[in-house]
Design a protein around this ligand. Structure first.
Ligand code: F6P
Length: 549
């Protein structure tokens, strides 16, 4: 297996990067007035502008040649065809099947998966209708007013992010709460706000073995039983989403209230599956269908658009350029939409759990960096916090700015103020401000020469900091679906180029195994193993002693 660094395209890009490192983004704009048209794509539900990256036409050609050398289009088609491209777990990767609106058979492992997908969608539709209409009653005959979704990672972040993003569209039929942390504070707070007679719990766990989720589910069940519920009525208050029907039944969920999911859906790509049940309950089933529709539109674009006009492909390639050829260590996600405030956290799992790997398909150590650190925050808040670092820090951090033409609510004067900031930031990061301009500005304000020279260096912004801009018309279920799918496919393309197994997550296992061994040691009177290193052993002992005081 040839390393991507051996591809002629990789070598050409390395040379191109040497030249471009000497260039300034703003001069690229001065030289080419058509740069925006050349380096932007109108994709379903959004406009993607990548012109504020340190690239030229030669770079784009090189990146597309890299995609060809890496056989991105073949791999994409293999994913859509249901091949077991998740080879370490020997599974298909078919989250795209969950939103496929074509009506065609979807072959996975020799079987058409469409009937099962539709069965579970109908199952969700029935529950949503019954709960939202008030037909589904709690043990005392009250209708359900609150839904508590218990899950973590992929079984939490997606539904939570989407529920928050679509707050403007929800009615007051139900209130949805999310519990993920095993820190009892979170569940205690939620249970304080809800009533056992009118609360429906969703235990969302693909495996139904995740410690945090099972601990929280047990606590919720105890609280329910103490609050007047009975073993029998547990069935009216607990439903589950899982591939592990046996464990869910053992927990006390009625088999007919277990929503199936499949091993060909990765946890962090699962909000389109029955894991999306809290979204459908909160927003109504039609909104959930719209979300699927938006993602499907992006899937078709990913499948059909030429690679040069393909938004997920170009988003991925520009990311590879910044990471592997310009050497930038991190990438920020900066939504200028309050409703997308959990989007960075969601994408952090999607990108970093997928591509945070350091060996290639053959198990050899990578000789190039893989996923950068993905982080971010609502942009406008970030401006008053960490943007100082983005503008003047010693590292260059490329960033995606995500905004929309219309706000989710119409409060006069606000949306333009918000978007003016977003546009200003990408311009400022690109152009910066040089010493001459700083001097001229300060002089115009009447500052004396000596003082100007004292502070000029501190006010210089070197600029040349790359950004992408993603502009939706408005955050709606449909545009949100497209936005999420865009990033999912970006992750896929980058994983192919890095020759990484993007769909496993062994890196989270070791800590879980050790925690399971340590937990019993924390009980009073239990010995602490001398196999722990001195730091871990001492910390455990300190914790145990301090707990006694
Ligand atoms: O943290 C690892 C992980 O396996 C994630 O990939 C997954 O989304 C999460 O745990 C939750 O797993 P489960 O749905 O099986 O409870």
């Amino acid at each position: 297996m040839a390393s991507p660094t051996q591809f002629p395209s990789w070598q050409a890009l390395s040379k191109n990067a040497q030249t471009l490192r000497q260039r300034e983004l703003k001069s690229l704009f001065d030289e080419d007035q058509g740069r925006f048209d050349a380096f932007s794509i109108k994709a379903p539900q959004l406009l993607f502008d990548y012109s504020k990256n340190l690239i030229t036409e030669e770079t784009r050609k090189g990146l597309l040649a890299l995609a060809d050398d890496a056989k991105v289009a073949d791999w994409r088609d293999r994913m859509f065809a249901g091949e077991h491209i998740n080879r370490t777990e020997d599974r298909a990767v078919m989250h795209v099947a969950l939103r496929d609106q074509s009506g065609e058979p979807i072959m996975i492992d020799g079987e058409d998966a469409r009937p099962q997908i539709e069965r579970e969608l109908n199952h969700m539709r029935e529950l949503v209708s019954s709960v939202r209409s008030g037909e589904w009653k709690g043990f005392s005959g009250k209708r359900i007013t609150d839904v508590v979704s218990i899950g973590i990672g992929g079984s939490n972040l997606g539904p939570l992010m989407v529920t928050e993003a679509l707050t403007a569209y929800q009615d007051d039929t139900l209130t949805t709460h999310y519990v993920s942390n095993v820190d009892g504070f979170q569940i205690a707070q939620v249970l304080d706000r809800v009533d056992p007679e009118s609360t429906l719990f969703i235990v969302a766990s693909k495996t139904f073995t995740t410690l945090e989720t099972i601990t929280n589910a047990n606590t919720a069940r105890d609280w329910f039983l103490k609050g007047g519920g009975s073993e029998d009525s547990t069935k009216q208050h607990f439903v589950a989403v899982s591939t592990n029907v046996k464990k869910a039944v053992e927990f006390g969920v009625a088999e007919e209230n277990i929503f199936e999911m499949w091993d060909w859906v990765g946890g962090r790509f699962s909000l389109w599956s029955t894991i999306g049940l809290p979204i459908a309950l909160q927003q109504g089933f039609e909104a959930f269908e719209e979300l699927l529709q938006g993602a499907y539109e992006m899937d078709r674009h990913f499948k059909e658009a030429p690679l040069s006009e393909n938004a997920p492909v170009m988003l991925a390639l520009v990311g590879i350029w910044n990471r592997n050829f310009l050497g930038y260590p991190a990438h920020a996600l900066l939504p200028y939409d309050q409703c997308l405030h959990r989007f960075p956290a969601y994408m952090q799992q999607a990108e970093m759990e997928s591509n945070g790997k350091s060996v290639n398909w053959a198990g050899e150590t990578l000789e190039y960096p893989s996923v950068p650190l993905i982080w971010g925050e609502v942009g406008i808040n970030g401006q008053h916090a960490f943007y100082q670092f983005l503008h003047q820090g010693t590292d260059i951090i490329p960033a995606d700015f995500i905004g929309s033409v219309k706000g989710t609510v119409d409060v006069p004067g606000h949306h333009d103020a918000l978007m003016a900031n977003m546009f200003a930031q990408t311009e400022a990061l690109m152009k910066g401000i040089d010493a001459d301009q700083v001097r001229a500005d300060l002089k115009a304000k009447g500052m004396d020469e000596a003082r100007i020279e004292e502070i000029v260096a501190h006010k210089v912004h070197r600029g040349n900091r790359p950004t992408n801009t993603l502009l939706m018309d408005k955050v709606t279920p449909r545009s949100l679906g497209a936005l999420i799918a865009l990033y999912e496919h970006k992750i896929f393309v980058q994983g192919i180029i890095w020759q990484i197994h993007s769909f496993d997550q062994w890196g989270v296992e070791l800590g879980k195994v050790l925690a399971a061994g340590i937990q019993p040691e924390l009980a009073e009177g239990q010995a602490v193993s001398d196999k722990h290193d001195a730091s871990t052993r001492s910390l455990i002992n300190y914790y145990k002693q301090a707990k006694q005081q």
